[in-house]
Design a protein around this ligand. Sequence first.
Ligand code: PGA
Length: 241
Amino acid sequence: MNIQVFEDKNELYSTVAEYYINYINQKPNAILGLATGTTPIPLYKNLIQAYKNGRVSFKDITTFNLDEYIGLPQTHKESYYSFMRHQLFNHIDINLNNTHIPSGILEPNEAIKVYQSQLSKHQIDVQLLGIGSNGHIGFNEPGTSFESTTQITQLAESTIKDNSRMFDSIEEVPTKSITMGIKDIMMANQIIVIATGLNKADAVLKMIEGPVNESLPASILQKHSNVLVFLDKEAASKLTK
Ligand code: PGA
């Protein structure tokens, strides 16, 4: 793992954005694995600005998102479908036909089949990841098999609590998700992890220094040969090495 720690969060996000801009300019038809949540929002803002400044085009880019809540209509403001439209896709020149998000509204087995089949036809170049405070990646919660492919998962109590800040009440947070599996994530040529804030420090420590163990899903990233980790100093504060 290549780990970079930033004093300044703006600098962290502009560094990651420049990485993507260079990557896309070198490979305009890249296949990007994208993430939702609070963590990637400043990255997407930087990329939108770069697009508006004529520094990058997404017109030949293909994207795959990690996950979606089960049961939220696409129009719900907290669906990851809405998130991606509002935080990124509506503001850049991407062809929406080349964007893929697992379906939270299709019959679940059908949704898994559809997504796994779309994924199997593509090789993700760069997969973006946040990390849950419990070490999840995508919605692969602690205990998920490292061999998992696209699947339906029960959200951990801690995830429901973490994500309730986006909803009017905790009762409204869906309890299930459809997510790319850990094996799918590990197939990407390169993985970029961003983590910020003290509430991620334990998970970051275990991801980087802990044993590779299914109880901490992100620890599997130690086995990937091309992972770039971008941390602010709070998220990095428990690292010992
Ligand atoms: P967050 O979520 O970016 O909203 O903290 C990250 C994650 O759960 O993977």
